[in-house]
Structures are given as structure tokens and as C-alpha cells.
Design a protein around this ligand. Structure first.
Ligand code: HEC
Length: 151
């Protein structure tokens, strides 16, 4: 029964029009994707923050792993904001995003650049540089959420 359901779900999704290539089956799928991306960002950032604050021992290899992950996952959410049907207020995404898309995108760009700088710092041995890059990176979250995310 379950198998039949899965098969018919796959078949149904195959017959839907394709959004953004074949990454998203529909707008709800795109919204789920961007939320999942933000969760990946959160998980990797929290562990890094704990190491930087000394809540858990600083482990350079783990710092690098987290910073590498952040450099990748911070590129993910943005395309899912412009999928047809997902380009309006939904969930916690405020309508202001689409009224100020240029500002929103430039914040997203800066965020990704700061993630790359954090990744570069994490490759080195200077913990103070990692700390500074992390602080700069972390500022992006609240700055964007205050304007564009309902809480
Ligand atoms: C350029 C804007 C922007 C930046 C930068 C940003 N966010 Fe967000 N974030 C959003 C928006 C918009 C949403 C709401 C998405 C939705 O509900 O569709 C969101 C949602 C979230 C969510 C909730 C996801 C869910 O499951 O509903 C988490 C967690 C999150 N962000 C964490 C972070 C963290 C941590 C950072 C910084 C390291 C960050 N975000 C940086 C815009 C941003």
C-alpha cells in the first residue's frame, strides 16, 4: 500500500510542470528547500559558535569542516525565493523581500562572501582571525531576519 502510494506520488510529480530545471516540483517544494537550507546553515553555525566561544573544545579540523559546509550551504536558499508561486509571503518570509529584491539579494551576496572569508580564515592557524570572521558572518543573520523574516 505504502509502495503504491510512493509510486503514484512519484508519477504525479513527474507530470507536473518543472520549476527551476527539475530541482523543485512546485512552489511548496521550493519553500521546503529554502527552509531546509537555513536549517543546515543553523546547524553548522551553532557548532562553530560553540567551539569559538569555548563551550566545547576548539578542534581546528572540525572548524574547517563547518566553515567548508557553510561556504556551500549559504549558496542554497536564494534560488528558491524566485520560483513561481514561492515568490510571495509564505511561512516566515515577508512580502518585503519581493518589494526589495535587490536589497535582499545584495544581503544574500554579502552573506555568501562572509562565509568564504570565514572558510579562508578557518584554513589558517590564527584563531583570532577565525573568531573575527565568524563574528562578521554571524551579523548577517539578524540583520536580514529583522527586515525580512517574521518571527
Ligand atoms: C539575506 C537574508 C537572510 C540571511 C543572511 C539569513 N537568513 Fe535565515 N531566513 C531568511 C528568511 C527570509 C527566512 C524565512 C524563510 C521561509 O520561511 O521561507 C529565514 C529562515 C531561517 C530559519 C528558519 C527555517 C525554517 O525551518 O523555517 C533559520 C533557522 C534561519 N533562517 C537561520 C539563519 C542563520 C543561522 C543565518 C546566519 C548564519 C541566517 N539565517 C541568515 C533570511 C536570511
Amino acid at each position: 500500500m505504502k509502495k503504491l502510494f510512493i509510486t503514484s506520488t512519484i508519477l504525479a510529480s513527474l507530470s507536473l510542470p518543472l520549476f527551476a530545471g527539475s530541482a523543485f516540483t512546485d512552489s511548496e517544494d521550493a519553500i521546503e528547500y529554502r527552509k531546509a537550507s537555513f536549517q543546515l546553515i543553523r546547524h553548522n553555525m551553532m557548532d562553530l559558535g560553540d567551539m569559538i566561544r569555548g563551550n566545547v573544545p576548539y578542534d581546528a579540523a572540525r572548524v574547517q569542516k563547518r566553515a567548508n559546509a557553510l561556504a556551500a550551504v549559504t549558496t542554497l536558499p536564494w534560488e528558491a525565493f524566485t520560483v513561481p508561486g514561492a515568490d510571495k509571503a509564505s511561512g516566515d518570509a515577508k512580502a518585503d523581500i519581493w518589494a526589495n529584491l535587490q536589497d535582499f539579494n545584495s544581503r544574500a551576496d554579502k552573506f555568501q562572501q562572509d562565509a568564504l572569508q570565514l572558510q579562508t580564515a578557518a584554513k589558517g592557524t590564527d584563531q583570532a582571525a577565525v573568531k573575527a570572521a565568524f563574528a562578521a558572518f554571524a551579523k548577517n543573520c539578524k540583520a536580514c531576519h529583522d527586515k525580512y523574516k517574521a518571527d
